[in-house]
Design a protein. Structure first.
Length: 463
């Protein structure tokens, strides 16, 4: 059984002979962090840089060259330093060879097969076979492509089960897919909300709905990690429950990929999709990915939309009228040639992941997030003015904690954080999403964030 992170932190504090709530302990933890060197693989913005980016030229008492506190990887990950190198190489190939870059590439990455350089690491991160993963398009475009194949309402089985608070883009896509089939979302969409007075969904409630209405559900489509609350859903149990009722099961992993441990193949998930610009750090609007389980590799088992790039590489340029699908389950879903610059940005980001593994990242993430939770609950005034709505169970969350403040204090507190060069995410009217990312955040970052938050809360209380 995995040890509770707070209990582990207490043991470490005893080992260090330091107070768990002290800055000295945070710094000691950083010296013991086996992943500490990965921070150097990223451009970590200074306070001066963040101020300029935010439209301010206010001087900083700690010095302009001091690092900011970047806790916003759940929205946009920091830039890996290696990305610029890859981009420069592709610009060179384009400048010096033009169209020949598709087949002849001085750096060994011909554009015709550029996606092959990111498949192995992508598959490792999501727990998939290589042929079950494709890197293509953007997230919501992939949602539509996958739903075109996996949402096939027929007879009494016409409904889609989602969470009531799904990310708006997913809600739009699901409702429009239902309408595409001539159905009314009011009758064919099941949007499951938490119980009255609760912030997150109970797994037993999800499973009960699947059990009760499974014969009418064509598709169960959930997020892996809920964007607002940070709740990590029990994907294996949801998948098993859906399949037991004859439903297709898919997941939007935008906030889960690179954040929590995934074993999509072993769990038997039918399909999944994700973006790459949050925890994968591939850049704003980065290219997205899909997973399709190998049991769907037979083209006759799905009615899917086809495009040129899903055709087998060896016959693609024969320009045949007959579609010759890429072997495997996912590659055949590709439509057009991918954006090479976006693809190598992802390649640079995945190079950092290749230096470690998700098990190591999760170990640090549990401690980082547990440390943040402990400090918030044991430091005044945060202990009495901040409510954490993210599940307390470390297995039911990733690295994000969602903090609820009094609505009257929210704006002045968030403005104070911004002025202090703390980068986190606001969700009005009163939620701050904080994500200490194990690839580049430190325990000192977490300590300093809580210290500044408490200063902001105190000022707001006195105002």
């Amino acid at each position: 059984m995995v040890q509770n992170p707070v209990e582990e932190l207490k043991e470490l504090a005893r080992e260090a002979h330091l107070d768990l709530g002290s800055q000295a302990f945070a710094k000691w933890l950083d010296t013991k962090d086996p992943l500490e060197a990965l921070r150097e693989e990223f451009h970590y913005p200074t306070q001066a840089q963040i101020s300029r980016a935010n439209g301010s030229d206010k001087p900083h008492p700690e010095g302009d060259d001091q690092p900011s506190i970047y806790l916003c990887g759940n929205s946009l990950g920091l830039q890996p330093k290696s990305i610029k190198h890859y981009l420069d190489e592709e610009l060179q190939v384009w400048a010096e060879g033009g169209v020949f870059g598709h087949h002849h590439h001085i750096h060994g990455r011909p554009w015709l097969t550029i996606d092959e350089h990111v498949l192995d690491e992508s598959a490792r991160i999501v727990g998939a076979e290589r042929s079950e993963v494709a890197i293509m398009n953007t997230l919501t475009a992939n949602v539509h492509l996958l739903m075109a194949a996996f949402y096939r309402p027929e007879g009494p089985r016409t409904k889609i089960l989602i969470e009531a608070k799904a990310f708006p883009s997913d809600r739009y896509a699901v409702e429009s897919q239902i309408r595409w089939h001539g159905l009314d979302p009011a009758d064919h969409l099941i949007a499951l909300a938490p119980r009255a007075g609760e912030d997150t969904l109970r797994t037993e409630d999800i499973l009960q709905v699947i059990s009760d209405q499974g014969s009418h559900i064509a598709l169960v489509f959930f997020s892996g990690v809920q964007y607002y609350t940070g709740q990590c859903f029990d994907m294996p149990r949801i998948t098993e429950a859906g399949h037991s009722q004859g439903c297709m099961v898919g997941f939007d992993l935008a906030h889960a990929v690179g954040n929590v441990s995934l074993q999509l193949h072993d769990w038997g998930v039918d399909f999944a999709c994700w973006c790459t610009y949050k925890y994968l750090n591939a850049g704003p609007g980065g290219i997205a990915g899909i997973f399709v389980h190998s049991r769907h590799g037979d083209t006759d088992s799905l009615t899917q939309l086809h495009g040129w790039w899903g055709n087998r590489v060896t016959t693609r340029f024969q320009m045949s009228d007959t579609f010759d699908p890429i072997p495997g389950s996912a590659g055949r879903f590709q439509l057009s040639n991918p954006n090479v610059l976006a693809m190598v940005s992802l390649l640079g980001a995945l190079d950092v992941f290749a230096m470690t593994d998700m098990a190591a990242l999760r170990r640090k993430s549990r401690l980082l997030t547990g440390y943040l939770e402990y400090l918030l609950q044991h430091t005044e005034p945060a202990a009495h003015q901040v409510r954490i709505i993210t599940p307390k169970d470390p297995e039911a969350r990733g690295c994000q904690l969602s903090l609820i403040l009094d609505e009257r204090a929210f704006s002045p507190v968030f403005n104070h954080l911004t002025a202090a060069c703390v980068v986190c995410d606001e969700r009005k009217p009163n939620c701050i999403r904080v994500a200490p990312v194990p690839l580049y955040n430190s325990f000192a970052d977490v300590f300093r964030f809580v210290e500044i938050l408490c200063q902001a809360l105190t000022e707001a209380e006195c105002a």
